[in-house]
Design a protein around this ligand. Structure first.
Ligand SMILES: [Zn+2]
Length: 198
């Protein structure tokens, strides 16, 4: 690519950083941005800037929030005896849509994956353990039913069980090997209903 097209090359590189986006996809996205009216492209850039500067992790559950503590953690209506552990903030949205769960959440921001070099110390596990006082009676492992999701749930159950807190796992209904975020509401509802003790 000629030197005067370096900004375009840089844009392709940036889009290529998204998981699941290959060189081809990144190139298409970069050219789409170039084809946008200036104002629209600037709105996109500003939206990224605003989301990254105005939002940060909730001090308690690690979900994204604009305040110090997120709405769910701050709500007096939520059941404080149950914490549902999820891989990412997206999973909270999925579970909230079922209207079946009224407890609190905890976001790990990843799963243990030795293949990808992700160890337990890179996840928000110590933040979870710090929350486990006398008010917590149950921790639900709502990680995806994948190899990494299962391994993470097992690892956490081993840490939490000795504290005398019940650890449960989302059970039937979820397709094995699929990611939680793609589960429909009914499937997720049944899985939540049929969760079993680990
Ligand atoms: Zn929170």
């Amino acid at each position: 690519m000629p030197q005067n097209l370096e900004p375009l090359e840089n844009l392709i590189d940036q889009f290529g950083r998204f998981p699941g986006v290959g060189r081809k996809g990144a190139t298409r996205m970069a050219y789409e941005v170039m084809a946008m009216p200036n104002e629209q492209a600037m709105q996109l850039a500003k939206a990224i800037e605003h989301a990254k500067t105005d939002l940060h992790r909730c001090r308690v559950c690690q979900d994204y929030t604009s305040g110090e503590i997120c709405k769910i953690c701050a709500s007096p209506k939520r059941d404080r005896s149950t914490i549902c552990v999820v891989e990412s903030p997206r999973d909270i949205q999925s579970i909230e849509r079922t209207h079946e769960y009224n407890g609190l959440y905890h976001v790990l921001h990843g799963l243990i994956s030795p293949m990808d070099g992700v160890g337990a110390e890179q996840l928000c596990i110590k933040e979870l353990l710090a929350r486990l006082d006398d008010t917590v009676k149950e921790v639900i492992m709502a990680t995806s039913p994948t190899v990494e999701g299962e391994a993470t749930a097992m690892y956490l159950a081993k840490l939490i069980k000795p504290l005398g807190i019940k650890t449960t796992r989302l059970a039937y209904g979820l397709p094995v090997g699929a990611s939680l975020e793609y589960a429909d509401e009914v499937t997720l509802y049944r899985a939540m209903q049929g969760r079993g003790e680990m």
